[in-house]
Design a protein around this ligand. Sequence first.
Ligand code: F6P
Length: 323
Amino acid sequence: MKKIAVLTSGGDSPGMNAAIRAVVRSAVFHDIEVIGVFQGYQGLVDGDFKRLNVRSVAKILGRGGTILKSARCEAFLTVEGRAKAYDNLQKNKIDGLVVIGGNGTFTGALKFYNEFKFPIIGLPGTIDNDLDGTDYTIGFDTATNNVVDAVDKIRDTADSHNRLFFVEVMGRHNGFIALSTGIATGAIAVMTPETGITVDGLVQVLAEGQKSNKTSSIVIVAEGNPSGGAYKLAQEVMQRTDEYDIRITVLGHLQRGGSPSCSDRVLASRLGVEAVESLLTGAVNGMVGVVNDSLVHTPFEKAITNKIDTLKDEVRIARILSI
Ligand code: F6P
């Protein structure tokens, strides 16, 4: 292993830069040359490469986003696109690849490995925390802190006006962000695929809250909630009762920005070093993560399976503490 490449793909997440820095510096430490690939898999298909050295990654540890840019690449979904990517890696004499991203990134990585047996290793970089084989993904901690900060502010105004707020958070297919932040902000209800609360169930929970003299209430809604997002839910509740003065906030992409937290920087740094050392030992075709504070390797195939069962405890806690 003399030369490796690194890219970030899918939705960006705070801490991706810390991971890039760790990959570059640990590679240089082990006498390996590093190439940065721009725009995720698109850069691999187009040959958008640039050599990185230890100074190229100076002062990025605390910066949100990704200096390598990110994209969701249509071309890499095709056999021809992946063949072009492989050619570019061969032409540039690259021996191994580190991909930092989430579900879609690892689905692409798995296909690529199966087709070309090219040594590839993944780092979990997504705010969604929905990858099996790691307790936390890089960016989840910062994103949930962003949400908590915003909801605490919403709570101030909600309480001043005795209002009910519906706050929508990210998480297309699951409620990791919603459940953690719902617990952390004292939400009256958390609407996610895992909690399975119906609109009628929600109306009942709200009525109970009113009976117990709640002055303001926050409902956290995961964008992937089966009975609808914040706007739809608010409308459904209004159709059933006029008891509440309702407002809606969709937090959107502010969740993904900002300086990464200490936890995300440390996680990204640990995983970045491990990724390079895994390429050196040949432990490839999988993701490196941290489980019970130990570094673990998980095949891509397993990493992309949903681990929603792990949310059972959060569902229960959120319900108990919302009374
Ligand atoms: O996968 C990360 C994520 O932020 C999801 O939570 C969200 O559904 C999606 O990306 C948004 O994607 P985009 O930035 O492409 O709109």
